[in-house]
Design a protein around this ligand. Sequence first.
Ligand code: BG6
Ligand code: MG
Length: 216
Amino acid sequence: YFKGVIFDLDGVITDTAEYHYQAWKRLAEKLGIPFDRKFNEKLKGVSRMESLNIILSRSNKSYTQEEKERLAEEKNADYKELIAKITPDDLLPGAGEVLESLKKHGYKLALASASKNASFVIKKLKVEHYFDYIVDAATIKNSKPHPEIFLTAAKGLGLAPEYCIGVEDAQAGIEAIKRAGMFAVGVGSSTLKGADVMINDLRDFDIEQYQTMVKR
Ligand code: BG6
Ligand code: MG
């Protein structure tokens, strides 16, 4: 039944979700805006500019578009410094093995990351060759939880959405997968609403089990 698997990147394949957190925290603190891990959950899966707008909504100062662009650029410069050192050792537990095994068993694989740095990170991790299709975040108009990025990935694989499994660590991402009409695997220690199944990390990814769970 399932023929393709579409992965989020940050927080699923590698722990760049932590680097996004650190870079945003640094910026928020500089601006005197309170920022913690709980608030950071709202930013997961969300584009750079939208994330900044969410952070700035906590400030009583208003910012011009130009100032916002400068701030987003500043966060990205910090983030790029953090990801420059990534190596294949930074793959999260199970990630390399899952990609290898799915590929070997003939599944089509895609990457659906909202990050404009995704292809850089995927190259540093040396897993680019596993992906049949990588969505270019710059071409996506609607951020997760809108399903656009997952639908674009399915199209890129030449598969109808119902034949695809989406894998996500963010609440907005799970919602996007479900709205795209796909089976949703949530990754992480806290429950994600709407996920068809939750796993701690990709070591527990079990496609044979998901094949038996399809609602036909
Ligand atoms: C998503 C992350 O994958 O990409 C978000 O979950 C991030 O935290 C978004 O803001 C955009 O990333 P970038 O690299 O384009 O700023
Ligand atoms: Mg993520």
